[in-house]
Each structure stands twice: as C-alpha cells, then as structure tokens.
Write a protein that binds this ligand. Structure first.
Ligand SMILES: [Fe+2]
Length: 493
C-alpha cells in the first residue's frame, strides 16, 4: 500500500523528535499518506491516538500498552500494527474495540482501543493506524520500565483550562522526555465534560507541532494517568449531559476498591434515567472502578486515590483495608501516593482541607515515601513528617473541608541536598500544571504565612514536577512554564 511504503521509508521513528518538534516535520511520513482526495489527516480523528497503560497494573516480562483514539460514528475498518524496532516486521494487534458514546448534546462518536502486545520493557516501539487500508497515523512510544531500569516521570495537577500557560507547561514537559505523566486531579475544567476535553485538554497535549504556544504532542508517545479532582466529576447529569468523560476516555488499571455503581463511596451519576443509561453505556465497566487504582513502573509503585469526592469516606474499613493491602503488597523500592486533596497544605485559599489526614496512619505504617497532591494551585513541600491525630477514632470523613487536628514530628535535618535521607513522609503539592489562577501567590517565599510543616512554597508561576528515579536515588526538579528550574531536591534510601 502507498501508505505503508511512505511509512517504511521513514523507519526509525524517534520518540524524542516527536515530543520536541512534533508530527508535521515529515518525521512520521504523515504528509504523504493518502486518504480520499477530499480528506486530510485530521478527518480521520476526533481525537488523535494516545497511549494508555490500560488495565495492566503490574510489570510484565512481555509489556503491553493500549492505544486509544476517537472517530466519527461510521463503519470504517481500523487496523493497528506494532513493531519493536524499525528492523522488525509489523505485527497486527487483535482488532480494535469500539465503544459508541451517544449522550445528549454531543454527536455520537466512537472511542477505539487496541492493545499493543509483546513490547520489550523500557524499549521504544512503533505503531501505526490504518483506516480502510490507508495509513492515517504513526507514532512511537516506550514500553513500561522493568524493576532494574531508571524511571523519569512528570507529576502535575490542575491542568486542563486551555490556557496559554497550560500549553507552555506541556511544551516544557516534553523537553524532559518522561516515561509517563501523572495528573493527581483537575485534568479538565470545570466539570469533566466531553466538550471541555475537546476545548481544554486534547489541544495542549496533542497538537501537530510542539511549540510553547501550541503545547506538545505528548499523548501519542507518553501514557498519561490521572486521579479525580474537584472539576473532573463536577455535577449531576441533569446539569451537564456530557459529564463523566473521565471514565469514557481513559484506560487506567481497574484494581480499585469501589467497583459497583451502588457503592456509597462512588461519586453518583445523578440525573434522569435516560442520561444515566447513556453514560453507563459509554463508561462501561470503568465507572466507578477507575476512580482509585494502583500501578507499578520500574522500581516505583503508585497508588492513586479519589479524594475530593464528597461521597467517598476514607474512614470506611473496606477502603482502608484495600489501601493498606495495596501498599503492603508491593516490593517496589519507592512508594508514592497521589491524593488530589493535600492532607497538609499552607495555602490561605484552603486553610481547612484536612480530609485525607484520615489515611496518614496507613501511609506511615506501610512506608510511603512521597504523597503528591493538587487542589491548591501552587508548589508546596513539607518537612518529612509523622502525624498523629488527636482522636484515634476519626469516623466517617467525606467533606473535603473536614478538619483533623493532631500532633506532628518533623525531620528538620533533611534538606534534599546534603541530608537526603528523610525520616517521615514528604507531602508535595504540585498544582501549577495549567490553571492560570494560582492560589495565594503572595505566600511565595513568605514563610511567615506558612503552616509549621511547610518548608517551600511557590505560586508565582505555572510549573510541574520532574522526577528521576534510579534504584535508591531520586532527583526531584520543579520546572516552570519557561523551563526555568524553581527547585531541586535529592532523596536517597
Ligand atoms: Fe484546580
């Protein structure tokens, strides 16, 4: 086929080039791929292909990844091929599956998934999509790292506003070439709707070209993972019929504890029956299960929690048992928790956000290293700390503003430079991923306004967290939307 030849002439797709320059350079051979005479490449997609970890929480000797894309509701035949390197033959995946999304106010469309199998851990691979036998897309990715391989990843929360700042941050994220991106919450504003993903999320992370003004085509090469924030499941379906897109458009591990739509810990699908049924059909078995999950990547273990949801009670013994077991069971060197709501934060915008302190005993008991948070649009770092609540029996905790008082022990020696072995958990808020409304910028470097546990605070600019983890060493760099280093910290085991 002409498309195939065009692509094979450009073998050796370079993932780094895709991230840093973009797809319009001819690197992918896309400009020479014929569709019907009246079509261009974008006619094939409502949302261009993006990589996902899929329901694959643990490392595999034969790795896999899911590629997803959105297309109009027609009968086109799609095929996906994958290969480990440019010198190998293409292999077809099992036929892609399609979920029809048909909710009020949005033209029906299809969300496709194909699983790329047989990947070598840590190694780059190539994939391509064909629509009715014409190649319409090609890109490359990097398979999940094995235990012995170093990991580089980005954590940033409070992203999807469609702002120029979000795109500048995306461009800088691409420069560090992460293995994956984790967004603890507020992937998209203001209510997690399909229409909002289209205006305020996909454009920044899937443009044709990488530039500070456009963002960077991260999604085609870098799997994103995310937790739910205040704005990801905002309102009842009666108010917004195209809400709950989080569960339609992502493929994360489905190993969470809230598995049933009747579970009182789930954010409910409020609204009339017709809308609820349409949303359930589009979210399939991912709602509500995908609200909490864990996954491994190299020598790191990540537990992603649904925290803002005013219906979830982390005092619930079943949820606590799941969290404890999940954190106990891993043999990864590093344990990280993603909690959109910060248990400890100094922002004067959110003085009472203490709900997630209800699980701190479990995090301490199981040896969690760092908790990454959002919600407050700022960068905050605590002392390594231990927290003991005043009341041993806290009871049900649902309200995000629930206050839990207690006593602290701080490791005041740790400085992340010469003293790099923390005694206690570090709580890091990194909520500057794209929302231009930064919280309490006047508190930046103004320690008189901070809580006693806070040692760093910056809300002067949008920014993200770049983590490099190799065996028992971790380097954290906080980078702003212009690529300027805000902070650097080293942690060792
Ligand atoms: Fe936010």
């Amino acid at each position: 086929m002409p498309g195939r030849e065009a692509h094979e002439e450009t073998s050796g797709l370079n993932r780094r080039d895709i991230l840093r320059v973009g797809a319009s350079t001819g690197v992918l051979g896309l400009t020479s791929v014929p569709l019907a005479a009246t079509q261009n490449q974008d006619d094939a997609f409502l949302v261009r292909p993006y990589l996902q970890l899929g329901d694959s929480p643990r490392l595999r000797s034969n790795e896999q990844m899911v590629v997803m894309w959105h297309a109009i509701d027609d009968q086109a035949t799609w095929r996906v091929d994958v290969r480990d390197s440019a010198t190998e033959a293409w292999a077809a995946t099992t036929p892609p599956t399609a979920t029809r999304v048909s909710v009020e106010g949005i033209a029906p469309h299809r969300v496709f998934r194909a699983t790329l199998k047989g990947l070598t851990p840590g190694k780059e691979f190539e994939y391509r999509l064909r629509r009715d036998d014409h190649q319409v897309f090609a890109s490359s990715g990097r398979a999940r790292k094995a235990r012995s391989q170093p990991v580089r990843c980005v954590v940033m929360a409070d992203c999807g506003t469609g702002s120029p700042q979000q795109k500048r941050v995306a461009f800088q994220v691409a420069q560090v070439d992460p293995d994956f991106v984790l967004i603890p919450g507020d992937l998209v504003y203001n209510n997690g709707r399909i229409s909002e993903y289209r205006s305020s999320f996909w454009p920044a992370y899937s443009p044709h070209e990488a530039s500070p003004e456009l963002g960077a085509p991260l999604l085609r090469s870098v799997p994103f993972l995310g937790g739910l924030g205040q704005h990801d499941t905002g309102q009842s379906l009666d108010q917004f019929s195209d809400g709950f897109a989080h569960y339609m458009y992502w493929s994360f591990p489905q190993n969470g504890p809230v598995r049933d739509v009747t579970n009182t810990n789930a954010f409910p699908l409020g609204g009339n029956k017709t809308r609820r049924l349409a949303t359930l059909a589009a979210t399939e078995d991912r709602y509500p299960c995908m609200a909490n999950f864990s996954f491994d990547y190299g020598n790191t273990h990540w537990t992603v929690l649904d925290s803002w949801n005013p219906h979830i009670d982390w005092g619930d013994q079943q949820l606590r048992a799941w969290l404890r077991n999940d954190l106990r069971a891993t043999d990864a060197n590093w344990k990280f928790v993603s909690s959109y709501l910060p248990p400890f934060n100094s922002s004067t915008a959110y003085p009472h956000t203490q709900k997630m302190r209800v699980i701190v005993d479990i995090l301490q008991e199981t040896g969690v290293d760092i908790v990454f948070c959002g919600y407050a649009h700022s960068f905050q770092v605590t002392h390594p700390l231990r927290f003991t609540p005043d009341n041993a029996s806290i009871g049900a905790v649902r309200n995000p503003g629930h206050q839990i008082a207690g006593t602290f022990e701080f490791d005041r020696d740790f400085d992340g430079k010469t003293k790099t072995r923390p005694n206690g958990i570090l709580y890091i808020t990194t909520g500057g991923g794209g929302n231009p409304s930064l919280h309490s910028p006047e508190q930046t470097d103004n320690s008189a306004t901070w809580q006693p546990y806070t040692v760093k605070y910056n809300a002067s600019v949008n920014q993200f967290t770049d983590l490099q983890i190799d065996s028992d060493k971790l380097v954290l760099r906080q980078i702003d939307l212009n690529g300027k280093l805000i902070d650097e910290m080293r942690i060792s085991k």
